[in-house]
Design a protein around this ligand. Structure first.
Ligand code: CAA
Length: 258
């Protein structure tokens, strides 16, 4: 079974993350498929790429918590590096990328949406960084991207509280470009994609590069310091306690800082 589906029509590609049984959470195999597909299609004459999640409930519910639970600190560093590389492939994709956020965009799922150029959300979309409630931090470059997008004050409030934000609030915070009735999301996204695809392809691609080069907006690259901070959270009692609790569908016991 494939965790991704890809189709192209009129120079517009649609890449669907297809793991609805786990709310499209990103596991290693899925991440490998995304790298492969993105590499293959980057050299085609695509004029716009749409990324969405399979089903009506979730865009991407984050990195796979079951996979992360037992990571050793050194493995967590590699995990973060790989995730950062994937997000940078999306951010640096030659043509514009639209995230069609059709439900939960949490943790690594929000980081993925933030790596896209434009975010269009369904009314039922939910955004948030639950990481600190899982004993870790967003490890896929999303901290820099959310700070760049909405400013440090608003970003830090979301990052520190782990609270979930509905689509309308995400719009007012500047996280998403627009909000749509769920049944109209894809058709509205395709209208925007067609507007982009109707413009001169080289001009659009070069405009994306120029926009990404503007100070503070360039695709952030993996830094050892960010990786080290992510790594340091792994193997702690708080991380194991919170991730086990999620998988066992119960509340974590009180955090201790150990
Ligand atoms: N990893 C692994 N499995 C996940 C998952 C995730 N991130 N999110 C959901 N699932 C699985 C659930 O375990 C469940 O599986 P089973 O049916 O086998 O029990 C299935 O998807 C459906 O999920 P729920 O039963 O929890 O659905 P719900 O409607 O009650 O809740 C939800 C939906 C609020 C999104 C909830 O699933 C949730 O909180 N998910 C986790 C979100 C999260 O914390 N994401 C961040 C991960 S950390 C990260 O991404 C760090 C990073 O930067 C690397």
């Amino acid at each position: 079974m494939s965790y991704t589906a890809y189709e192209v029509k009129d120079f517009i590609g649609t890449l669907t993350i297809n793991r609805p049984e786990a709310l499209n959470a990103l596991n290693g195999e899925l991440i490998g498929e995304l790298f492969k597909t993105l590499k293959e299609i980057a050299s085609t004459d695509l004029r716009c790429l749409v990324i969405t999640g399979k089903g009506e409930k979730s865009f991407v519910a984050g990195a796979d918590i079951e996979e992360m639970l037992s990571l050793a600190p050194s493995e967590a560093l590699e995990y973060s590096r790989t995730g950062n590389e994937l997000m940078n492939v999306i951010a640096d994709f030659p043509s514009p990328v639209i995230a069609a956020v059709n439900g939960y965009a949490l943790g690594g799922g929000l980081e993925l949406a933030l790596a896209c150029d434009i975010r269009m959300a369904a009314e039922n979309a939910v955004f948030g960084f639950p990481e600190v409630s899982l004993g870790i931090l967003p490890g896929y470059g999303g901290i820099k991207r959310i700070v760049n997008l909405i400013g440090a004050g608003k970003a830090k409030e979301l990052l520190f509280t782990a609270r979930r934000v509905k689509a309308e609030e995400a719009l007012s915070l500047g996280i998403v470009n627009s909000v749509h009735p769920p049944a109209e999301l894809m058709s509205d996204v395709l209208i925007t994609a067609a507007q982009i695809a109707g413009n001169a392809p080289r001009a659009v691609r070069n405009t994306k590069k120029a926009a990404n080069n503007v100070a503070g907006l360039a695709a952030p690259h993996f830094t050892e310091s960010e990786g080290a901070l992510f790594k340091e959270c792994f193997g702690t009692m708080d991380q194991r306690n919170a991730m086990c609790a999620f998988l066992e569908k119960r509340k974590p016991v009180a955090f201790t800082g150990i």
